[in-house]
Design a protein around this ligand. Structure first.
Ligand code: KG4
Length: 355
């Protein structure tokens, strides 16, 4: 029996420090240290994120190795997120990965964070997750991205890493950004997406008819919806002669719940319309959703309904693989390792890069 292939993965693109271990393609550990320090600022503060990564990275990697029952001498390669993300945050993970790879004399594998989100659907975690077959469409929705990705087997090159092509994307804000900004206006904590999801369950999704974009092709736009949300609130404040959302909420019963439910339903409708159109036009049977916003309960339900009504095969990730995590980086790293697609030690991270 040969030596097992052990991939140590590191993710540090934003405000989660994460490390995972994949042994012969099976996920053995996935440790995530989330940073609470940003909550009081209503958004991620890049400098604070980098400092927190520096504090977290050693214990997180150490715990991932221990939980996996793997010694560092057993590592075959180190996969790390090279971008996109916050440069200072990426530098911490990249530098750590390089240092450890040099010390252990093992190859480095650079991973595109967005590809990682898509490849989360191939993680083998021992729970019998189903994997999409090629070709499939992936709706990638996070705080910084909203795109439809066509994922195809790379037959020409015989590679494990599939080919990915963006066929539609936001021309302004991302869906997660719209959730977070609207939540902020309502006085909800950061990140607002999960709060909107929670309050929406108690609200009337048809109460406020917010504006929907009219964009050609498979592209998205969320800036008009954000403005429509803001103006609806502004007009109500004026109408009731009050200055704050708290004062308005005393006069308008269920204000926050109804606004959240209406916003969520609008975002989900916008996202699903284009995805359905793309799947129909391209005659694709399998559709997946990925990224932080894929934790949204209404979006998950919309996928289930779509699958049942249109006889599509739908893939919804477990919650632990929706937000930033190193398991998905390890999965992408494992494919690239099998493809012998390594990264030179002097490569630098990218703040901005596409899939
Ligand atoms: O992928 P992600 O963890 O980070 C990056 O942007 O890379 O996504 C974070 C986004 C935030 O905008 C957050 O509000 C949103 O995902 N989010 C949600 C939910 N959980 C997280 N949005 C709506 N509903 C949720 N349940």
């Amino acid at each position: 029996m040969g030596k097992p292939t052990v991939i140590l993965a590191i993710e540090s693109s934003c405000d989660d420090t994460s490390s995972a271990v994949i042994v012969d393609g099976v996920l053995r550990s996935n440790v995530i240290a989330s940073q609470k320090v940003h909550e009081e600022y209503g958004g991620v503060v890049p400098e604070l994120a980098s400092r927190a990564h520096q504090l977290n990275i050693m214990p997180v990697v150490d715990t991932a190795l221990k939980r996996a029952g793997v010694a560092k001498e057993d590592i075959s390669a180190i996969a790390f997120t090279r971008g996109p993300g916050l440069l200072g945050s990426l530098l911490v993970g990249t530098s750590f990965a390089k240092g450890l790879a040099l010390a252990l004399n093992v190859p480095l594998v650079d991973v595109n964070h967005l590809q990682g989100h898509v490849l989360a659907h191939f993680i083998e975690d021992g729970t019998g997750l189903h994997h999409p077959s090629y070709p499939f469409l992936c709706l990638l929705v996070s705080g910084g991205n909203s795109q439809i990705v066509l994922v195809e087997e790379d037959k020409a090159n015989g590679r494990h890493l599939p080919k990915m092509q963006i066929i539609g994307q936001t021309i302004d804000d991302a869906a997660g950004e719209a959730f977070d900004k609207c939540a902020k206006v309502l006085g909800l904590p950061y990140p607002g997406g999960p709060w909107i999801d929670k309050l929406a369950k108690l609200g009337d999704a048809g109460k406020y008819p917010f504006a929907k974009p009219n964009i050609q092709g498979y592209d998205y736009s969320f800036s008009g919806l954000k403005t429509s949300f803001l103006y609806t609130l502004r007009d109500m404040l004026k109408e009731h002669g009050v200055e704050t959302v708290d004062q308005l909420a005393e006069r308008v019963p269920n204000l926050r719940e109804d606004m959240c439910a209406s916003l969520q339903a609008t975002v989900v409708d916008i996202l699903m319309r284009k995805l359905k159109k793309a799947a129909k036009d391209l005659n694709i049977r399998s559709v997946a959703v990925a990224g932080g916003v894929s934790a949204n309960s209404a979006l998950r339900q919309a996928f289930v309904d779509y699958g049942q009504k249109q006889h599509k095969e739908v893939f919804i990730p477990p919650f632990s693989f929706t937000t930033d995590n190193a398991a998905m980086v390890g999965q992408a790293g494992y494919f690239k390792y099998l493809d012998k697609d390594f990264c030179a030690i002097d490569e630098v991270p990218f703040a901005k890069t596409t899939i």
